[in-house]
Structure formats: structure tokens, C-alpha cells
Design a protein around this ligand. Structure first.
Ligand code: NAP
Length: 331
């Protein structure tokens, strides 16, 4: 049975790189080295072509003021949202959580190892961040109390596409991307306003090259099954299909450093619908897209694909994100 960990407010922790490297093994969906090289080739072979779905909004993506967290969370009005983040210790997930904290939006995490939250986010007031222990593969491990009061959900769980240490204990794509998503979604109350699921480009083409290689152990197939379960759940959903993730995971930092993370030059957002993109996307951009989608009513029931390219981006400007999502739907 899941158990809840309350976090006592203490100053944000500075954590040694050594410790954090132990937390996160940066091997994810596209991170198999040979496949990565293959994937890069494919991406770059298309890079001379102008992306068909480009909607670049010329604005700064990341504000990186030193005191951003302190400043924002003190000045932002307390939100009425309670966002359940699943996979909050992962690359995208930790950026989602840090960003919610900075926006003064309450979040609740389901983590297999709740201590990771303390290391990543420091001690936070329980009114802002609550952490429950739970493994999505086991429905019995998801305490119904976890879901009480939750208004929105962002699910960014995942594991490696190919056998790795992250599969230890049968934590395979089938168990995480399919069964885990199914178990989670089955527990959600019908009152939730939005469920955002981070998925992957290529899920509809897992029998075609190059995706069939990435899918050798079923990751794309199981991600699609997870997507379909969300779509058929009757819950208001948005699915974000990410390209190969870049930038981070920011595993060697504390929360303030997470908030200063930048998407490098890759800040301009390429957003489309369907499954046509081949390319990369900054984790920071994916995290921001998930948070923005929560508030944009017309993203309900929609599936987007996302890349990011060099250039300025929408930053955290809600209007610019509205325009991007709207333009994607208009194609
Ligand atoms: N990597 C890519 O290039 C790529 C491309 C497209 C889409 N994606 C997808 O994008 C999303 C985010 O990717 P990422 O690289 O940021 O993720 P990540 O770093 O691999 O993080 C995965 C998260 O899922 C959690 N998780 C794994 N198994 C779990 C379980 N059984 N129960 C509960 N939580 C579990 C992990 O928790 P622990 O800390 O307990 O392990 C971690 O928080 C994933 O869905 C991924 O598949 C990735």
C-alpha cells in the first residue's frame, strides 16, 4: 500500500553531484547509443528540409534569473489546482515539478522512492508539495487517497526502450508504459479537469523503419496502448508526443538550479498533430507544454507532437502557447 511522506520545510538543499548521479541513470527511450546514432542520422538527414509543422514563436523560452523560484513563488498567487505528477523524479518530470513550485501551484507526486523528492526539490511545505510512495505497475500500490482532491494530472513515467538496469525488477516498457498508465488512469476520479500524458513520436508507426528498431522490445507499441487507454477513459486528456529528448535530465543540481535550466539554443517550438515529426525536443520545452496544456481548453481531447529547434521560443507566455497549440490544430 502506498504511503505518504510529508516534507518538512527546510531550506532548499544543495546536493552533491555524486549523490544525484546515483539517483538518475540517464538512459531513456532514445538513449541506446547505437540507436541514438542511427536516430541522429535519420534526424539530420531530414534536417535540410524545412519542417512542415514549424510554428516558431520568437520569444525567450527560459527566464533564468537567479532567484526565480523565490521570486515567482512569493509573488505568484496560490493556484487552486492540485496537480498529480507521476514520474516527477525523471528528466521531464523534475522540470514539471520545479516549474509548478515556482508558479505556486500545488503538486502531489507518486514516486517509487519518495526520498528522491527531498534530494531533488529540497524540503517543501506540505501545502505545496506532497509525496506519496507508489509503483504504477501495481494497482494495489496506488492508495485511493492519493487521488483525492487532484484537479489535474501530468504523467511522464517511462523506462528505457532496450534492456538496461532500469528494467530491474521487471520495470519494462510493457509494465510501465502500458500497465502502469492503465493502472494510474483507472484510479483517477472523473472530476479531474485534465490528464496530460507524455508519449513519443513514432507510436503509430512502430512497424515501420526506423521506428521498428526502437520498438524491438515494444516500447512504442506499449506507449500507444497507454495512449489509447487514456483516450478511451472518458477523462479529459491531452497527449504530448515528444521527439528524442535533449537537455537534461538535470540530475546534478538542486531545485534552484533546475529552475535555471535552459533549453540551450533549442527554444523554438515545433508543434503539430498526428505522427509526422522526426526530430528532437528539449525536456524543458516538453515540461512547459504539459503545464500550458492544462489551462488551454481547446487542447482537451487532442494529441500533439512536439520538437524544438534552434531559435527563440514561447517561454512560459500562455498567449504564445495558445497560438502554437491553435496553429497545430489548424494544419
Ligand atoms: N528519452 C527520449 O528520448 C524520449 C523520447 C520520446 C518520449 N519519451 C518519453 O518522455 C517521457 C519522459 O522521459 P524522461 O527521459 O524525462 O523520463 P525518465 O527520466 O526516464 O523518467 C521516468 C520517470 O518514470 C518513473 N517511473 C519509472 N517506472 C515507474 C514505475 N514503475 N512506477 C512509478 N514511476 C515510475 C521514474 O521513476 P524512478 O525515479 O523511480 O525510476 C521517473 O520518474 C517518458 O514517457 C519517455 O518514455 C522519451
Amino acid at each position: 500500500m502506498a504511503s505518504r511522506l510529508s516534507m518538512v520545510p527546510i531550506p532548499l538543499l544543495s546536493v552533491s553531484c555524486e549523490n544525484l548521479h546515483k539517483i538518475h541513470q540517464p538512459s531513456t527511450l532514445f538513449s541506446n547509443p547505437s540507436l541514438f546514432a542511427f536516430y541522429k542520422t535519420i534526424s539530420s538527414s531530414k534536417s535540410n528540409r524545412r519542417p512542415q509543422l514549424v510554428h516558431v514563436v520568437n520569444q525567450e523560452l527560459v527566464q533564468s534569473a537567479d532567484s526565480k523560484l523565490t521570486h515567482d513563488s512569493q509573488t505568484a498567487p496560490q493556484s487552486s489546482k492540485l496537480v498529480l505528477v507521476v514520474g516527477g523524479s525523471g528528466g521531464v518530470g523534475q522540470l514539471v515539478v520545479a516549474s509548478l513550485l515556482s508558479r505556486n501551484i500545488k503538486s502531489r507526486l507518486i514516486l517509487r522512492d519518495p526520498e528522491k523528492a527531498t534530494i531533488l526539490f529540497g524540503g517543501q511545505d506540505e501545502k505545496k508539495l506532497q509525496v506519496w510512495k507508489g509503483d504504477t505497475r501495481d494497482p494495489g500500490d496506488l492508495d485511493p487517497l492519493i487521488f483525492v482532491g487532484v484537479t489535474h494530472v501530468i504523467c511522464c513515467t517511462g523506462t528505457t526502450a532496450f534492456p538496461s538496469k532500469r528494467w530491474d525488477g521487471d520495470n519494462t516498457p510493457e509494465r510501465v508504459d502500458w500497465e502502469g498508465v492503465r493502472n494510474l488512469v483507472s484510479m483517477l476520479p472523473p472530476s479531474v479537469s485534465r490528464v496530460v500524458l507524455v508519449s513519443s513520436i513514432g507510436v503509430t508507426k512502430f512497424n515501420e523503419l526506423p521506428w521498428s528498431i526502437l520498438n524491438l522490445f515494444g516500447v512504442l507499441k506499449y506507449k500507444k496502448m497507454g495512449e489509447d487507454f487514456v483516450r478511451n477513459s472518458g477523462l479529459p486528456f491531452t497527449i504530448i508526443r515528444a521527439g528524442r529528448l535533449t537537455d537534461g535530465p538535470y540530475t546534478s543540481y538542486d531545485l534552484n538550479t533546475l529552475l535555471r535550466a535552459t533549453a540551450g539554443q533549442r527554444r523554438a517550438v515545433v508543434l503539430g498533430q498526428g505522427d509526422k515529426l522526426v526530430g528532437e525536443v528539449s525536456r524543458l520545452v516538453v515540461a512547459e507544454a504539459c503545464i500550458q496544456a492544462l489551462d488551454i481548453e481547446f487542447t482537451e481531447g487532442q494529441i500533439y507532437e512536439i520538437n524544438s529547434v534552434e531559435g527563440e521560443g514561447p517561454g512560459s507566455d500562455p498567449q504564445k502557447w495558445r497560438e502554437l497549440f491553435k496553429a497545430a490544430q489548424a494544419q
